[in-house]
Design a protein around this ligand. Structure first.
Ligand code: ZN
Length: 446
């Protein structure tokens, strides 16, 4: 316990400066991180067993002795799920009085999950996130503009608390019209721009027409970003790096961040115990984590619904090299659809549309019951003067090349394709465009 207090003192007083925190993190050893994780896990599980009605019930039901839990393996078959958060009163999870509440922005419909924090917790996350930003080259003299939407969402606060230790000038544009965002933010000449990909792409389109200024980093988060969109944004903001952060509201949007190498996300192993649950033969499974250092609403072995695998390309050489890396998120487990085309995810269609420049980045695919079997319905926004037939032929060629099994099934008429074309910027109306919809399932649910 005394060690825990010492760590807290070092964390808050000595390591509140991002550069120093990053250098300190580099001196840790894998063995020490593992030991901290085991202690943190045990402390968190005992704490939750004492204060949370939900975990009291669950541990009893699963025959778990909190004193003996030091790792996920010690929890047997027990997981916390998104459904648990939806179906139980939030009070059953609370271990201390909350000071801040957010709602998740998951793509599935229905009840939003609520997640509560204290100011101290948000500050703690902020210190780590600041070290992640320092690793990406953000410094005191930078000017940061962010375009995150405020309503019920954690992202603007994740940015806010991460920027406090860096002490750079911060301007909040929030989720206003791209043109207005561009014009008003331009006055400050921000060197760093943050926001969600769909919004920042539109801001970039304005900048492409109206002109740019020197920007070194665009930090995007809140949804997936295709490599093609990343290249487009980088081509407009010349010299800028487009980097993704990865986070769920359940972990204050701070699960992980890309580094200068950009190959996958470094996970925060000091605040989370991470696991890939139920991996398939390629190693893809559901990212699952326990939150360490949380007093208000700790989550134990929480299934994120995000599907990924451990990065395959060896150890990274950046400042976060001790933090393990996962590959990009392949999709959400509730977005993976098993149909006659295969076990498809949004990633498939990103791959299929990757080099087709006659359509915009906003697309949607709906799986419906066809005349005989499944019908895969593409909804694409055609750029002016682009030809629908050429786009269709290009899609067929890409499927044949990149998903040969799928192409064989198509030739055997196991399923059919259907193409619908729309005007640019008409498909996306909300904050997030749901990429893949299983209308067969929805039809059953209604
Ligand atoms: Zn790295």
């Amino acid at each position: 316990m005394a060690i825990h207090r010492l760590i807290k003192f070092v964390d808050e007083r000595l390591l509140n400066q991002p550069g120093r925190r990053l250098r300190f993190g580099q001196r840790l050893t894998p063995g020490l991180i593992r030991r901290l994780q085991r202690q943190g896990m045990n402390r968190t599980v005992r704490y939750a067993a004492k204060h949370s009605r939900f975990y009291q019930r669950k541990f009893k039901e699963f025959g778990i002795d909190p004193r003996k839990v030091y790792s996920h393996a010690d929890l047997g078959n027990f997981f916390t799920t998104a459904a648990d958060l939806r179906n139980n009163p939030v009070e059953d999870f609370l271990c201390a009085p909350p000071e801040f509440g957010f709602e998740t922005t998951g793509t599935s419909m229905g009840v939003n999950k609520r997640v509560y924090f204290s100011y101290a917790e948000m500050q703690h996350y902020g210190r780590d996130s600041a070290a992640g930003l320092y690793n990406l080259g953000v410094r005191r003299e930078d000017v940061v503009a962010d375009g995150f939407d405020y309503s019920f969402w954690n992202a603007p606060f994740t940015a806010y608390y991460a920027l406090i230790p860096l002490r750079c000038l911060h301007v909040i544009g929030a989720f206003v019209e791209p043109k207005e965002f561009y014009e008003r933010v331009k006055v400050y000449r921000p060197t760093v721009i943050m926001g969600v990909p769909t919004h920042i792409v539109r801001v970039t389109e304005v900048a492409e027409k109206e002109g740019i200024w020197p920007v070194k980093l665009l930090l995007l988060g809140g949804e997936n970003l295709s490599e093609r969109t990343r290249r487009y944004i980088e081509s407009v903001w010349k010299g800028a790096r487009v980097v993704l952060s990865y986070g769920q509201t359940e972990a204050f949007g701070a699960n992980g961040i890309e580094c200068p190498e950009k190959h996958g996300y470094h996970l925060d192993d000091l605040n989370l115990v991470n696991e890939i649950a139920d991996p398939d033969e390629d190693g893809y499974g559901e990212l699952t984590y326990t939150t360490l250092n949380r007093q208000v609403m700790p989550l134990i072995r929480y299934r994120s619904a995000d599907v990924t695998r451990w990065a395959q390309d060896g150890q990274c050489q950046c400042g976060l090299q001790l933090m393990p890396r996962v590959a990009r998120i392949a999709g959400r487990s509730d977005e993976l659809i098993n149909c006659s085309m295969g076990n498809i995810s949004p990633y498939w269609f990103e791959e299929i549309l990757r080099d087709i420049h006659d359509v915009t980045d906003d697309w949607q695919v709906i799986v419906r019951r066809g005349d005989r079997d499944d019908r895969i319905e593409f909804h694409l926004e055609l750029r002016p003067e682009a030809g629908a037939d050429e786009v269709r032929e290009h899609i067929f060629r890409n499927i044949e090349e990149r998903f040969p099994d799928c192409w064989r099934y198509y030739q055997k008429r196991f399923f059919e394709f259907d193409f619908h074309y729309h005007a640019p910027r008409t498909l996306s109306t909300g904050r997030k465009l749901r990429r893949l919809i299983d209308a067969r399932r929805d039809a059953w649910e209604q």
